[in-house]
Design a protein around this ligand. Structure first.
Ligand SMILES: [Zn+2]
Ligand SMILES: [Zn+2]
Length: 104
Protein backbone atom coordinates (compact mmCIF):
# COMPACT_ATOMS: atom_id res chain seq x y z
CA UNK A 1 0.00 0.00 0.00
CA UNK A 2 1.07 3.57 -0.63
CA UNK A 3 0.66 6.59 1.58
CA UNK A 4 0.88 10.26 0.67
CA UNK A 5 4.39 11.54 1.29
CA UNK A 6 5.49 15.09 1.85
CA UNK A 7 8.56 16.03 -0.17
CA UNK A 8 10.53 19.24 -0.60
CA UNK A 9 10.94 20.62 -4.08
CA UNK A 10 14.62 21.21 -4.91
CA UNK A 11 13.68 24.10 -7.16
CA UNK A 12 11.30 26.27 -5.14
CA UNK A 13 11.96 24.69 -1.71
CA UNK A 14 8.26 24.35 -1.07
CA UNK A 15 6.82 21.13 0.20
CA UNK A 16 4.54 19.13 -2.01
CA UNK A 17 2.63 15.93 -1.69
CA UNK A 18 3.75 12.84 -3.56
CA UNK A 19 0.37 11.22 -3.61
CA UNK A 20 -0.32 7.57 -3.07
CA UNK A 21 -1.86 7.39 -6.55
CA UNK A 22 1.29 8.84 -8.12
CA UNK A 23 3.48 6.48 -6.16
CA UNK A 24 1.45 3.61 -7.47
CA UNK A 25 1.82 4.98 -10.99
CA UNK A 26 5.59 5.27 -10.48
CA UNK A 27 5.82 1.72 -9.28
CA UNK A 28 3.81 0.37 -12.23
CA UNK A 29 6.35 2.13 -14.47
CA UNK A 30 9.21 0.56 -12.53
CA UNK A 31 10.40 3.91 -11.23
CA UNK A 32 11.91 3.74 -7.80
CA UNK A 33 13.07 7.29 -7.22
CA UNK A 34 10.82 10.03 -5.93
CA UNK A 35 10.13 13.29 -7.76
CA UNK A 36 12.56 16.06 -6.87
CA UNK A 37 10.39 18.91 -8.01
CA UNK A 38 6.81 19.85 -7.35
CA UNK A 39 4.36 19.64 -10.20
CA UNK A 40 4.34 23.40 -10.61
CA UNK A 41 8.11 23.50 -11.19
CA UNK A 42 8.01 20.48 -13.48
CA UNK A 43 5.42 22.13 -15.70
CA UNK A 44 7.27 25.42 -15.52
CA UNK A 45 10.52 23.75 -16.62
CA UNK A 46 8.81 21.91 -19.44
CA UNK A 47 7.28 25.11 -20.79
CA UNK A 48 10.52 26.98 -20.31
CA UNK A 49 12.53 24.36 -22.19
CA UNK A 50 9.95 24.37 -24.95
CA UNK A 51 10.34 28.14 -25.20
CA UNK A 52 6.71 28.68 -24.27
CA UNK A 53 5.28 31.35 -22.07
CA UNK A 54 5.13 30.27 -18.47
CA UNK A 55 2.37 32.62 -17.42
CA UNK A 56 -0.30 30.32 -18.77
CA UNK A 57 0.24 28.07 -15.77
CA UNK A 58 -3.05 27.92 -13.93
CA UNK A 59 -3.96 26.51 -10.58
CA UNK A 60 -7.11 24.45 -10.71
CA UNK A 61 -9.06 22.25 -8.35
CA UNK A 62 -9.91 18.69 -9.24
CA UNK A 63 -13.64 18.30 -9.67
CA UNK A 64 -13.61 14.94 -7.97
CA UNK A 65 -11.14 14.88 -5.09
CA UNK A 66 -10.79 18.69 -4.67
CA UNK A 67 -6.99 18.63 -4.68
CA UNK A 68 -5.27 21.62 -6.21
CA UNK A 69 -2.87 21.13 -9.07
CA UNK A 70 -1.39 23.12 -11.91
CA UNK A 71 -1.88 22.88 -15.65
CA UNK A 72 0.20 24.53 -18.38
CA UNK A 73 -2.75 26.25 -20.04
CA UNK A 74 -5.80 28.23 -19.10
CA UNK A 75 -8.77 26.11 -18.11
CA UNK A 76 -11.75 26.45 -20.37
CA UNK A 77 -13.95 27.32 -17.44
CA UNK A 78 -17.07 25.47 -18.44
CA UNK A 79 -15.49 22.04 -18.37
CA UNK A 80 -14.65 20.20 -15.18
CA UNK A 81 -10.98 19.44 -14.65
CA UNK A 82 -9.60 16.37 -12.97
CA UNK A 83 -6.21 15.59 -11.52
CA UNK A 84 -4.20 12.84 -13.17
CA UNK A 85 -5.22 10.34 -10.55
CA UNK A 86 -8.96 10.89 -10.95
CA UNK A 87 -8.62 11.37 -14.68
CA UNK A 88 -7.05 7.96 -15.10
CA UNK A 89 -9.91 6.44 -13.16
CA UNK A 90 -12.48 7.92 -15.51
CA UNK A 91 -13.65 6.36 -18.71
CA UNK A 92 -15.62 9.28 -20.04
CA UNK A 93 -14.60 11.18 -23.15
CA UNK A 94 -16.05 14.46 -21.95
CA UNK A 95 -12.87 15.49 -20.17
CA UNK A 96 -9.84 16.37 -22.17
CA UNK A 97 -7.26 17.42 -19.68
CA UNK A 98 -3.88 16.56 -21.12
CA UNK A 99 -2.22 13.79 -19.25
CA UNK A 100 1.26 14.77 -18.15
CA UNK A 101 3.79 12.04 -17.86
CA UNK A 102 5.78 12.27 -14.71
CA UNK A 103 9.37 13.25 -15.26
CA UNK A 104 11.81 12.96 -12.44
ZN1 LIG B 1 8.68 23.58 -6.90
ZN1 LIG C 1 -8.70 14.28 -8.31
Amino acid sequence: MFNDKELICIQCAKSFIFRAGEQEFFSTKGLTNTPKRCENCRIFNRLYRAGKSTDVISKVTCEECRTEFVIPFRPLGYKPVYCNTCFRGRKTEEVRVTHFGVSV
